[in-house]
Design a protein around this ligand. Structure first.
Ligand code: ATP
Ligand code: MG
Ligand code: FE
Length: 335
């Protein structure tokens, strides 16, 4: 198949042409990061407006850079959810307009399914596998027996990892998005603060990061009151060690219990050096294969949407013109 895919779930306006689910013909992304930086986070209203401003141009570029016209395309795929509703609507409306006016099938895509399939663009997915999703809005462990077969075996009960990183960054005075900056400081600090590791009930693959976030805030508050020096690097290292230990511990337990030979990682926090190093070490020990996509495919993009859409196309999972964006959407209902 040749699929034109569109993604606007958060603050990236993206369009891509993907062949057979694994060949990137073109991949355009316009990020609004610099705009939202001023506000210290993504402002939904601002995001929608900026999507409207650049959407058509991004789609045109994707076709132009693929050297294709809309007639060369087999189907239009678009992120249906989850995400910011106003942002999603821009992509969905554009996809519907294209599908309707050119009589092409319309394929709705789950955003997290897309993040998982970013790996398929690098190397074909091999089943069974465990996927660790770590992004700004999601922290999930997913078991897959086959294409499009998603079983969520664990997820966060409060904050997503990326969200925790961004909040901790703010409390130590780092600019948005704080994740990469905390990661950088964590490389040079020391684990002096002994933050809690939150494992929840025995055997649970769920996560909780709000307690850790509060522990960081309380520790900083107490130090300020006692006029003790706050070493940002040590806060970063102590926080990151706690996050990575729990993420990697639970992921490796899942890999063993579900007896898989493949672990894939996806989402913006997959860029984290501490996490990557720890996962490499542990998967090497077990002799199982680890895949992490390059950074531009870890963060939001339309190529990943076009990849999963190929498999939905084969199953003729098409939508009519009633398609709407959804701020929440169940991945398990998607197979
Ligand atoms: P979702 O996919 O859940 O809707 P999103 O698409 O906004 O969320 P991503 O773009 O996948 O999220 O990831 C962005 C998040 O990744 C931010 O919270 C950012 O701070 C975090 N992040 C990026 N690089 C790093 C890093 N090196 N270490 C830790 N966190 C990082
Ligand atoms: Mg983003
Ligand atoms: Fe995302």
């Amino acid at each position: 198949s040749i699929i034109l895919s569109i993604e606007t779930s958060c603050d990236e306006t993206a369009a891509s042409v993907i062949k057979n689910g694994n060949e990137i013909i073109s991949n355009e992304v316009v990020t609004q990061m610099m705009t939202h930086k001023k506000f210290g986070g993504v402002v939904p209203e601002v995001a929608s407006r900026q999507h409207v401003e650049v959407m058509t141009q991004v789609i045109d570029e994707a076709l132009k850079n693929a050297n294709m016209k809309i007639d060369d395309i087999d189907a239009i795929a678009v992120t249906e959810g989850p995400g910011l509703i106003g942002a999603l609507l821009v992509g969905v409306a554009s996809a519907k307009a294209l599908a309707f006016s050119h009589q092409k099938p319309l394929i709705p895509v789950h955003h997290i399914g897309g993040h998982i399939y970013a790996n398929h663009l690098v190397k074909p997915l091999q089943f069974p596998l465990i996927a660790l999703i770590v992004s700004g809005g999601h922290t999930e462990l997913i078991y897959m027996k086959d294409h499009l077969d998603f079983e969520i075996i664990g997820e966060t009960r409060d904050d997503a990892v990326g969200e925790a990183y961004d909040k901790v960054a703010r409390t130590i005075g780092l600019p948005y998005p704080g994740g990469p900056e905390v990661d950088r400081l964590a490389q040079i600090g020391q684990d002096t603060l002994n933050f809690p590791r939150v494992w929840l009930e025995k055997g649970s693959y769920d996560f909780s990061f709000s307690g850790l976030k509060s522990a960081v805030i309380n520790t900083l508050h107490n130090k300020k009151q006692k006029n003790e020096e706050i070493i940002k690097e040590d806060v970063a290292t102590s926080f990151q060690n706690s996050v990575v230990e729990v993420l990697v511990g639970k992921t490796m337990s899942a890999v063993k219990e579900y007896d898989v030979d493949h672990l894939i990682v996806a989402g913006g926090v997959a860029a984290n050096k501490g996490l990557r190093d720890a996962l490499e070490l542990e998967t090497n020990k077990l002799g199982i294969e680890l895949s992490i996509p390059p950074l531009n495919l870890c963060t939001d993009n339309a190529a990943m949407i076009g990849s999963i859409a190929h498999f939905l196309y084969e199953k003729k999972r098409f939508s009519d013109m009633k398609l709407n964006g959804k701020n929440s959407l169940d991945l398990e209902d998607f197979n």
